[in-house]
Design a protein around this ligand. Sequence first.
Ligand SMILES: NC(=O)C1=CN([C@@H]2O[C@H](COP(=O)(O)OP(=O)(O)OC[C@H]3O[C@@H](n4cnc5c(N)ncnc54)[C@H](O)[C@@H]3O)[C@@H](O)[C@H]2O)C=CC1
Ligand SMILES: O=C(CO)COP(=O)(O)O
Length: 320
Amino acid sequence: MSKVTVVGAGAWGTALAIQAVRAGHSVTLVARTAEAVAAIARNHENGRLPGVRLPDSVTVMDQLPDASDLLVWVVPTQHLRTSLLKLRPPAGGIVICAKGVEVGTHMLPLEVAGDVTGDRPLAVLSGPNFAHEIAAGLPAATVVASVNADLREQVRVAFGTSTFRLYGNDDPIGAQLGGAAKNVIAIAAGVVIGAGLGENARAALVTRGLSELCRLAVALGGRAEAMTGLSGLGDLMLTCTGMSSRNFSLGHALGQGRSLEAILAGRTAVTEGVATAAALVARAGKVELPICQAVAEFLSGRKTLDQSISELMSRPQRDE
Ligand SMILES: NC(=O)C1=CN([C@@H]2O[C@H](COP(=O)(O)OP(=O)(O)OC[C@H]3O[C@@H](n4cnc5c(N)ncnc54)[C@H](O)[C@@H]3O)[C@@H](O)[C@H]2O)C=CC1
Ligand SMILES: O=C(CO)COP(=O)(O)O
């Protein structure tokens, strides 16, 4: 049994804490505020993952415990930096679970972690994993990517059970780009369905979105194979097909004509693709990402839906 500390008591952090208990570990869940700690203690449940009882063995606190064997950071990308600066993790490996690109710096999550905490073993956990299904113990698989093989193994032991399989690889850039870009493509897929453009259009969009992921990974030092694995295609399949995805459902509402402001005002959970779209396009530089770019322009209000669709459909036709 090892001491696993999960930082970030959102839906995913809570599900991962439950999964680490299932895997036989002693688990601490770190929430952002004392109020959040008290609410979880009172209800034996986290409002961000309603209907799921948190095991009594999970210690909930608003700071890091004195000792951890493994730190798992499950804070949204745009808050990753401030949370690391605030909690100042001690030396040792960290697993980052955010899926996005930081606004302003255009850094990927592991780059942000390295920037704040210095040289240390880092890993990314990313794959097709809706929090409520993992919390319920339904069968699923994911990717742990790190250049540090010992850390990969530690993460496998921390979370692996008969219902949750972890596949390792040494391409953290590919895994992070897959997780970030699929959120943007999922918004586009939601728009397509919400606007009534049809299943053909979605299939074409997701497939061409996968091409964007592959191009981007190779250009930024990752591998195209990562994009056809769980953290690329796997997560695209999950988040581009159903309303359980916050990114897809946001796109769906946009496609039905609702405003971005009204949609965001009605939700407290993070929808990573919104801030990530423009940051990802900026990070890509000269790499062609027409769908991600169209999402960024549409979200910013620079283009209407009709303009975006017409531009995507009138691009020069070429070999696949
Ligand atoms: N919900 C899901 O099914 C999955 C989510 N993810 C990723 O995990 C990350 C977290 O997502 P969720 O847990 O779903 O988000 P959430 O919206 O449920 O909760 C976000 C949590 O982050 C906390 N937070 C915000 N700012 C913070 C700060 N400065 N310091 C510490 N904590 C802070 C909030 O208090 C909240 O508890 C995102 O990058 C998401 O893309 C990945 C896989 C599955
Ligand atoms: O990343 C996720 C599942 O793998 C969660 O997706 P959403 O943030 O779109 O709900």
